[in-house]
Design a binder for this molecule. Structure first.
Ligand SMILES: *[C@@H]1O[C@H](CO)[C@@H](O)[C@H](O)[C@H]1NC(C)=O
Ligand SMILES: [Zn+2]
Ligand SMILES: [Zn+2]
Length: 418
């Protein structure tokens, strides 16, 4: 019994040793098949979240920050990822003891993504925020969508890690001794000097010179290139709503990147590319949570009724419109269809705890009259009008809203035209 207990204890200790380091994939919240892009994106998010400057005094956050950085470095390198997948933390440790060291300073790594020397602290210069507009179709506003867009972003050169040097050698400028400025003495009068401080022209005020410039960024330390950003559009997101991507604006070793601010604008529908299924809803117009649509009726339909329309909404479901025989629709009449407008955006989004509510759909009717009638038809209608106009016509004068003339009008019965 005692032996049994000892074995159990030993097993526990062992289990703890194995589990002391958290699984790298778990740390980054990604699965084992994750692409480099997903690894990078996980690092971008988590390193900002746990950065010690943002979580002062929080030891858990600080160790998370280090873990995230270690996990990133282990998984982004194909060789070390392979070793990690096969032999785990222990294998990686042996590998790095044998060869080059794997771990950079976690702040260094952060700096390679966001600049600013890896810090947010006061005194670290901050780059400008950048605002861009992304055109979104009404269909995507209605259904919600995960998509992406591209923009030309200034990034820290990966080739030289933002040093600007092809061999990593950055020397202190010997003209200004690294100060970036030079003092020039002007003689104003014999024995009388004025000292003027100017930017060092040998190093451009940086205090450092590079003999062998990086071929990719030509010594600039940064390059501008198309960058893909993922974009999640919530169902019912407001037109012109803004999404803030923290520290995702232009990067530079000299500052911590500002925010990228994306405004969702509504783009004009394009029948060719946006509407392969010929969805009527593509041409809805949106006002807040409501949608507007114009429907054309013939004279016969408007007056006699007995018609249906099946309008295909933005997600493909059908909205039925119609009138029974004998139901009149006046030109310009507007039907209000409840719950067929936009989904009403909510903070809870698509969760099971939240049932979407919808705005209204307003349908305005346009009535078109036929241009011509066949002569037989014209005769038939004419005699029919003559027969019925006095009996069940409309009083155009009354409906016109004009004031009554002093003389009694020419239609004493009050009925005039059909
Ligand atoms: C609309 O759909 C209904 C039911 O499927 C059908 O009876 C009707 O004929 C359709 N109307 C039109 C104009 O297609
Ligand atoms: Zn200099
Ligand atoms: Zn470079």
């Amino acid at each position: 019994m005692l032996l049994h207990g000892a074995v159990l204890l030993l097993l526990c200790v062992f289990a703890q040793l194995i589990h002391c380091a958290e699984d790298f994939y778990k740390v980054l919240g990604i699965d084992r098949q994750a692409s480099d892009k997903q690894i990078k994106s996980a690092y971008r998010q988590l390193s900002k979240k746990y950065h010690p400057d943002k979580n002062p005094g929080d030891d858990t956050a600080q160790s998370k920050f280090v873990e995230v950085s270690e996990a990133y470095e282990a998984l982004i390198d194909p060789e070390s990822r392979k070793i990690y997948d096969q032999y785990g933390h222990e294998g990686l440790k042996q590998h790095s003891q044998g060869g080059r060291s794997q771990h950079h300073d976690p702040f260094d790594l952060f700096s390679r993504f966001f600049g600013g020397g890896g810090h947010y602290q006061r005194g670290t210069p901050r780059g400008h925020n950048i605002e861009i507009k992304v055109g979104i179709s009404l269909r995507d506003f209605y259904n919600g969508r995960e998509t992406e867009f591209q923009w030309d972003k200034q990034q820290i050169c990966e080739e030289c890690d933002g040093t600007g040097s092809s061999d990593g050698v950055v020397e202190t400028c010997h003209h200004c001794k690294g100060h970036g400025v030079r003092i020039i003495k002007h003689q104003l009068a014999p024995g009388m000097f004025q000292q003027v401080q100017t930017q060092c022209d040998a190093c451009g005020g940086r205090g450092k010179t590079i003999k062998h410039k990086c071929p990719i960024c030509r010594g600039e330390r940064v390059i501008r290139k198309p960058t893909t950003v993922s974009l999640k559009i919530d169902r019912g997101a407001a037109r012109d709503s803004r999404l803030v991507y923290e520290n995702e604006a232009d990067a530079s070793p000299d500052w911590i990147a500002g925010d990228l601010i994306v405004t969702l604008t509504e783009k004009e529908p394009d029948m060719e590319t946006e509407n392969p299924d010929h969805v009527d809803g593509t041409f809805f117009r949106r006002k807040g949570n409501d949608l507007f649509w114009r429907e054309v009726l013939s004279l016969r339909e408007a007056w006699m009724g007995d018609w249906t329309r099946n309008i295909t909404h933005l997600d493909g479901h059908v909205v039925r419109l119609g009138r029974k025989r004998g139901e009149v629709v006046q030109p310009g009449h507007v039907d209000t269809v409840e719950n067929e407008g936009m989904p009403i955006w909510s903070e809870e989004g698509d969760s099971v705890y939240h049932k979407f509510q919808f705005g209204k759909l307003y349908v305005e009717y346009i009535v078109v009259l036929p241009d011509q009638m066949a002569s037989g038809m014209e005769k038939d209608f004419w005699s029919m009008w003559q027969k019925w106009r006095k009996e069940i016509g409309v009083d155009l004068h009354k409906d016109s809203g004009r004031p009554d003339p002093p003389e009694p009008s020419s239609s004493p019965e009050g009925k005039d035209e059909l």
